[in-house]
Design a protein around this ligand. Structure first.
Ligand SMILES: NC(=O)c1ccc[n+]([C@@H]2O[C@H](COP(=O)([O-])OP(=O)(O)OC[C@H]3O[C@@H](n4cnc5c(N)ncnc54)[C@H](O)[C@@H]3O)[C@@H](O)[C@H]2O)c1
Length: 246
């Protein structure tokens, strides 16, 4: 069912991983999708066609690039109806070894970029727009070596709730998703810690990894679509139960 027909969605970090699945699900629900990433998203353009996909190299740490990207999306597709703040960078590091660069990378690609995009998209989202931010179950499980990452994701949690209150009267809903997907970057982290993935899968309520398009992407389509018009400030965990494994 094309519940998002003629809607325009921005998805950050959709050249691969979870973002790619979200972009595919949004496009299959009828939306035109604009992708901001530091990597090219040629595969998505080839799969969906350039009538449906606009992909630009955009470093989301730079507010000038974010503003220019949003202007390009509006020039090409007319507006922005849906914003998915998905991209985030930074590996897992023990707190005592965390460098300034580690902290800046997590904060600048996480909450700072989320704020830049929300601010730039606001005039277009007024009167019915949807924002979906990517959080993480690790905020709850508080696993070691995730401190910088969790700090950035916890800021995004606060942004989600506060913006939901501030922008509700402007007709904008703001929600979040906690995913669990074996993206290339997640797989690379698990390779450094043998046995950790098996341990998670053994303990998960639904013992499998999520599918970027059919699990996470469809949840984004729900939050972006007409059925979720009365849902704001909330977080949907689409992670097989990982967020309450603490
Ligand atoms: N994979 C999981 O299980 C999992 C679990 C919890 C939360 N998340 C969150 O979901 C989101 C996607 O996760 P993923 O595993 O697909 O991540 P990923 O690292 O595989 O993909 C991130 C994307 O962001 C892009 N990116 C990085 N820095 C950028 C920058 N400065 N400007 C523009 N684009 C940039 C990358 O090129 C990449 O395409 C992230 O916010 C992540 O924290 C993922």
């Amino acid at each position: 069912m094309q519940t998002l027909k003629d809607k325009v969605a921005i998805v950050t970090g959709a050249a691969g991983g979870v973002g790619r699945g979200i972009a595919l699900a949004l496009a299959h629900a009828g939306a035109r999708v604009a992708i901001a990433d530091v990597e090219p998203a040629d595969g998505l353009i080839a799969e969906l066609g350039d009538e449906t996909v606009l992909a630009e190299i955009c470093d989301i740490r730079d507010s000038a690039q974010v503003n220019a990207f949003v202007d390009k999306v509006v020039a090409r597709f007319g507006t922005v109806d849906i914003l998915v703040n998905n991209a985030m960078a930074g590996g897992l590091v023990p707190l005592s070894e965390t460098s300034d660069r580690d902290i800046e990378l997590a904060m600048n690609t996480g909450p700072m970029a989320t704020l830049y995009f929300m601010r730039a998209c606001y005039p277009h989202l007024v009167g019915g727009g949807r924002i979906i931010n990517l959080r993480s179950g690790s905020e709850v499980t508080a696993v070691p070596n995730f401190v910088t990452y969790i700090a950035a994701k916890s800021a995004i949690a606060g942004i989600t709730r506060a913006a939901a209150r501030e922008w509700g009267r402007s007709g904008i809903t703001v929600n979040a998703i906690c995913p669990f997907v074996l993206s290339d970057s997640a797989a690379a982290e698990f390779e450094k810690h043998p046995g950790q993935l098996d341990n998670i899968l053994t303990n998960l309520s639904i013992p499998r990894v999520g599918d970027a398009e059919n699990d996470i992407g469809r949840a984004v389509v729900y939050l972006a679509g007409p059925d979720a018009s009365y849902v704001t400030g909330t977080t949907l965990s689409v992670d097989g139960g990982a967020a309450f494994m603490a």
